[in-house]
Design a protein around this ligand. Sequence first.
Ligand code: S3P
Length: 433
Amino acid sequence: MNTILSSPTQGLSGKFRVPGDKSISHRAVMLGSLAEGVTEVTGFLEAEDALATLACFQAMGVKIDRLSEGRLRIYGVGLHGLKASENALYVGNSGTSMRLLSGILAGQPFDSVLTGDNSLTKRPMRRVIDPLTLMGAVVNSSDKGTSPLEIKGGQSLEGIQYQMPMGSAQVKSCLLLAGLYANGTTEISEPAVTRDHTERMLRGFGYAVKTEGNVVSLRGGGKLEAMSIDVPADISSAAFFLVAASITPNSDITLEHVGVNRTRTGVIDILLKMGADIQLQNERTVGGEKVADIRVRSSQLNGIDVPENLVALAIDEFPVIFIAAAYAKGKTRVTGAEELRVKESDRIQAMADGLQRLGVDAQATIDGMIINGGPVYGGEVESVDDHRIAMAFAVAGLQAEGVIKINNCENVGTSFPNFVALASQCGFNLNAK
Ligand code: S3P
């Protein structure tokens, strides 16, 4: 799929399930592999990023059966049972794989190399290298602090107390995973609450993790016991439909079995503040994670100042939140979101550029964007090889004044391979070539 053409449509409807949560899918493979016993996973995200993690653990000697779509059986090897991979571990576009794996690999007796695609090799890795080094790990990178990462095995790790300079669940998770192999306690303070799937899943695997406010800690030297994991649908994928149905008159859709962990629901809170009509139904807890069906209907959105305390809780959803802002009445301001500049692309620049090409008054700032809602015209935009930019502009086409052509959309496969099919089924007017 090279380009997506997105044309205006009349209304969206349907009740369906988007693919499994990417963050939880990565962690299910990692912890299932490091556990003792057999872990069964359902709802696993069969997309490039999570499959890259799976391939890495297979390369390190873990037997993982892919039973059917979304179902895995992982034969855990225990915390000390991984074997050196014959080749470098390639994680494609996946920052989560690289950062979380670096924590695990720092605690192994063997050397490893982690590599990724062009976009990933530009992303900052010092944020994990520096604290891992403080723990006693030896990690070599390029002079710029980017991958490939060479991780020396056989080091003795020590627990540390670490104040994270940025809100990042990947850094927190990396250090918790290294902490499993460290002497003593690893304690991490985060400046803002970030997604807590690692902590929750570790507890599910029987490992004690303490959370007190913004401080998370665990002691090394324990073990993980296999369990079953039901991966909920990914709220980050659901977000495209939350905005789509909100901005398209005569829409009423229900997204089933979506993970609504409170560290992930910033997008719902932001859209509600903008006046969206979103209801959580059948709220339940599945395997330690909150899940709900989400009903969303059309509404008139209004511009808002996005509260900074919601930014980390909606970090992956900003591309499509910017689209909501373009269709809203009045001005939307996003601040405190500088992390968007180091995602799969510089998402502030990529979205501002694309919106401007569609005639929207969107000004990039250092840490966010100011958008004056108004008509969205047709035009040609670049995905800059970023899955969420591509899908966000597909949503923008739903109510535009003309057709939006989005270039280089292959990367949709990293998180949402059936996006075009599912979106078309509920009423999007897409043409993928
Ligand atoms: C993720 C954490 C976030 C998010 C990414 C997935 C995770 O990254 O953007 O898509 O699974 O831990 P940061 O930790 O860099 O904010």
